[in-house]
Design a protein around this ligand. Sequence first.
Ligand code: OOG
Ligand code: MG
Length: 260
Amino acid sequence: MAGYDHRSIAEELHEAELKAQAVSRITGRIPGFTLAEGYETQALLAELHRNRGERIVGRKMGMTSRPKMLQMGVNSPIHGFLTDVMEVSDGGELDLANRIHAKVEPEIAFFMGKKLSGQPSLAEAMGAVDCVVAALEIIDSRFQNFDFQLPDVVADNCSSSAFVLGGVRCRPGNIDLANLGITLETNGRPQQFGSSAAILGHPGRSLVELVKMLDAEDKVLSPGDLVLAGAATAAIPLERGSRVRGVFGGLGKVEMRVKA
Ligand code: OOG
Ligand code: MG
């Protein structure tokens, strides 16, 4: 490959994150940069995170709802990795000082109870889930103005930056995930309304799609793995000093504060 290699792109994106300084999208510089190369770069980026002592705790899906696809202009589900240092405790504080232009979005999270691999049905996927949790995801694209195409955002670990998990752990059989009302509030005011139905009709379908994509790479989900199913609404920009809360029918709430 003339003039670039995936490792140097992964290093550039890693440094952009550490310095909180955005870079221009890769596809603007390398027009032939493919989705497969995006995933190769993401794997190298994961290695850089592990080398810093971070532990991979699960996976996130992105672009699994129409509101997200419309907001970002990207229309196919993608996946990235989550590490232990990305977790902010429920009610905890997020610092924007080491972020570029972070946004927050409401998500449904799954903790896996069993191994899940291959091409599962929705029932099989949900049967492997231990519990369902309300979540907030903080995304912070390392690309200027969140301007990216699919291969770019995949290389950039799907804009992953942080996540918050709510305190209620619900067995999948005890909740109707086909139509769970979701409200995203800042400072007590509703900003976005959605439904879990926006996530591929049922967030469990996001799990199915993830496992199929992992299967193509000979990977599986293991017991204890965390999965974020993708935002149900558009993301909203975070402001210093604000309070953010996601309210999920039947799953309780999840909250965080942004450092002033
Ligand atoms: C990409 C990440 C997408 C989701 O939930 O759809 C994502 C982005 O919007 O920057 O996390
Ligand atoms: Mg997300």
